[in-house]
Write a protein that binds this ligand. Sequence first.
Ligand SMILES: [Zn+2]
Length: 367
Amino acid sequence: MSGAVAEQQLVDHHCHGVLLRDGDQATLESQLTEGGPFPGGSVFDSGIGFAFRRLCPPVLELPADLPVTEYAARRGELGTDAVNRRFLRAAGLTALCVDTGYEPEPITTPEQLADLSGARAYEVVRLEVIAEEVGASGISAQGFADAVRAKLAERTPHAVAVKSIAAYRTGLDLAGKRPTDAEVAAAAGSFLRAPARLADQTLHRFLIWCADDLGKPIQFHVGYGDSDIDLHRCNPLLLTPLLRNLTVPVMLLHNYPYHREAGYLAQVFPHVYVDAGLATHNLGARAPALLAEALELAPFGKFLYSSDAFGLPELYYLGAALFRSALSSFLRTGLNEDLYAERTVVRLTRMLCADNAKRAYQLGSQM
Ligand SMILES: [Zn+2]
């Protein structure tokens, strides 16, 4: 790996908390991928599984390729806090933008992640959670829009961004126009009959426009995720009408297998940024191919690093390690092909690992 890449600390611009409970073998198997265990085989026999077996045990001072049973036993001996701390420190992070809107079981807060990693942690507020909280408060359909605006104004002053999970609920084929308050009230009438789960295109659009009014960057889940999404509805090209109209920075998260489409959008829309989070570690040894494809059209000043780690601290480390080796491979190829000189390698490394995110989220003044 190039020295510049190994030494450069990362801004992880999309990630989640890690588990507060012990990661036994069953937990490792269920949390490793977006799928989970299946009969007659092991989730560790996969791209991510082999990367895990090779790269993670040494962080706990164990030999690489240790059987998962023995690895889990050593993990238990060390204890959750020590394991979390080792992997988060080993990831080499300078800042985290933490999505606090997904908590299926107790996980660390941004403050705890900052302590574990030694990095600054910033919050990203999930739009649909705000709407669902307002929905549960007994508000009328007529009062819904103003109540959401007030709640967002209250929750976001210290947040660096907001996030939309429309991809998970309706897909990304959203109209480009801002809905009227009358349209929002009509949609809220249906939503308020079952406000636990927002899945309404008018209301997703309303939330996105609220974020635009607040001037906050908007992260969109795009592409690859768990089996709750209809992946064919998560192509980022479906966002084109909205992207033509929004004025704030838009960060397209994950994107795989539509990372080339996302790269195109980053090239043609000045306010669009992309990453390859989650896929970077799930592709294991193919991470260099993924990064090279994602950077075919995306301007190098518009690509961001993220792990999308959730639950297992190993995923913070794997995301970082595989991104670093993919970036080294990308930069080495450019050097070998005489596309640029060594000093450009140093500059691109800083941009892709940290400076693009600092600029896009205006973290510079706070770091
Ligand atoms: Zn995520």
